[in-house]
Write a protein that binds this ligand. Structure first.
Ligand SMILES: [Zn+2]
Length: 278
């Protein structure tokens, strides 16, 4: 059994064949999928999809969506969290964070939304799913400040930082999300981390429809000519094979460890699995 800890299953890329995509994921052994929201406009979509298929979801405002979000969206997020706080499928506040890679974004506004959402996670006693892109040190700074009132754990998704930053996240109670990026042989830093971090620190994710693994990757030219590089949750076991090879483990060992780690990062997910089995 596998858990895809990060998949945007509500994305329009899946509108034409979403049920088939879910069917392939389940046939491949992906028993649980976490659907993070990106902004107020898809809070209902991720919740509805999670309930329709037995998946889990998170509510939050993504750093790349902060520009188009209204200030009032933070209040709306709080209302949504309060309304669904008793929903067993709501497992985190996310996707939140900071993106210092995309040029021209208002970093102060991103930071304000990020900090406010950390406070909401604290208030509703939920872990967070964070987007880290060239922003690990700033993200960590806020998490350390928050630590004073009790640790907020969660997942640093699509992690691509240094070993030191990885260790700092782990020390703060976070798991690091690995996916399609580690399937590229030239992704030396990510592969080194996937190999050397404590196994307890790693969770798996596809970030589908984004971050295609090497075998789905198409160049910009190929895509312009109509080729699709869409990723999907059913790719998770094959992505996991890379992690197994890097660490010299069996697929079964990787599956068991990463499921355990996902449950530790998102405790409500563990309760959900138990409920499904019972
Ligand atoms: Zn995402």
């Amino acid at each position: 059994m596998w858990i895809d800890t990060h998949c945007h299953l509500d994305a329009p890329e899946f509108d034409a064949d979403r049920d088939a995509v879910i069917g392939r994921a389940q046939a491949a052994g992906v028993a649980q999928i976490v659907l993070p929201a990106v902004g107020r406009s898809n809070f209902d979509a991720v919740r509805t999809l999670a309930h329709a298929h037995g998946f889990a979801y998170a509510l939050g405002i993504h750093p790349l969506f902060v520009e188009r979000a209204a200030d009032d969206d933070l209040a709306q997020l709080r209302i949504a969290l309060a309304e669904h706080r008793g929903d067993e499928r709501l497992v985190a506040v996310g996707e939140i964070g900071l993106d210092h890679f995309v040029p021209g974004l208002d970093r102060d506004r991103q930071a304000r939304f990020y900090a406010a959402q950390l406070h909401l996670a604290r208030e509703f006693e939920l872990p967070v799913i964070v987007h880290v892109r060239r922003s690990a040190d700033s993200l960590l700074k806020y998490l350390r400040q928050m630590r004073v009132g009790g640790q907020i754990g969660g997942i640093a998704h699509a992690f691509n930082g240094s070993e030191q930053q990885a260790e700092a996240f782990v020390e703060l109670g976070f798991k690091l999300g690995f996916g399609g990026a580690m399937t590229f042989e030239r992704a030396l830093q990510i592969r080194r981390l996937a190999q050397s971090l404590p196994l307890e620190a790693i969770v798996l994710e596809t970030d589908a429809p984004d971050i295609p693994p090497q075998w789905l990757y198409r160049t910009a030219q190929e895509r312009a000519a109509g080729a699709s590089s869409r990723n999907e949750p059913g790719e998770l076991p094959r992505i996991a094979r890379t992690l197994a090879e890097l660490r010299g483990l069996s697929l079964e060992e990787v599956a068991a460890a990463t499921v355990r780690n996902a449950h530790a990062a998102l405790p409500r997910l563990a309760a959900l699995e138990t409920a499904v089995k019972a």
